[in-house]
Write a protein that binds this ligand. Structure first.
Ligand SMILES: Cc1cc2nc3c(=O)[nH]c(=O)nc-3n(C[C@H](O)[C@H](O)[C@H](O)COP(=O)(O)O)c2cc1C
Length: 152
């Protein structure tokens, strides 16, 4: 079955069958989410994987939906409230280390990011970050189907 055919069978599951999604499949879904493109590459998001009954009970209370308690794992998409200089510098440090680039070479990029964040009100930063979370969700969603459907 190819991806398009697989998507034709995708649907929003309303009740769960009690089976646990194997760790490897969950890891692949999280990896896809991690590889999502975001504005400036800042990835202003954090994904919480909630597997404990206590954690799920808290979410079920907030969502009022039966499938939460029945789920194998709940992925909670969190996003930054505000873009801080510390967060920008952590990002640049990460680029510097992983791409073996000197911090000096990232000065212009840093100016661009601070110029961008400085031009946004707190509310706009919040809206911007939430949209990045939706991109990440959209990147992971197809894989919740592909990676958990052995026929795909
Ligand atoms: C961002 C988003 C939020 C959703 N929230 C809920 C939800 O809270 N409860 C629920 O049962 N389904 C939820 N859905 C599933 C949609 O209702 C479902 O995708 C839509 O009705 C189309 O049905 P299908 O996915 O089976 O094709 C959500 C879907 C998306 C993309």
């Amino acid at each position: 079955m190819n991806y398009i055919e697989s998507f034709e069978w995708r649907y929003a599951t309303k009740r769960m069958n009690g089976q646990k999604v194997p760790a490897e499949k969950l890891d692949n879904i999280l990896k896809a989410i991690q590889l999502a493109p975001t504005s400036l590459g800042l990835q202003p998001i954090k994904i919480l994987v909630v597997e404990s009954p206590e954690g799920k009970a808290m979410l079920a209370k907030a969502c009022q939906q039966a499938q939460v308690m029945e789920s194998s794992a709940m992925l909670v998409f969190c996003y930054w409230d505000i873009i801080t200089e510390e967060k920008i510098d952590n990002y640049l440090k990460n680029i510097s280390e992983t791409r073996n680039q000197k911090m000096d070479s990232l000065t212009d990029f840093r100016k661009m990011i601070t110029g961008f964040s400085g031009s946004l009100s707190a509310e706009s930063q919040h809206n911007w970050a939430s949209r990045q979370a939706y991109i990440a969700l959209g990147f992971g969603l197809p894989f919740t189907h592909i990676f958990t459907n052995d026929k795909a």
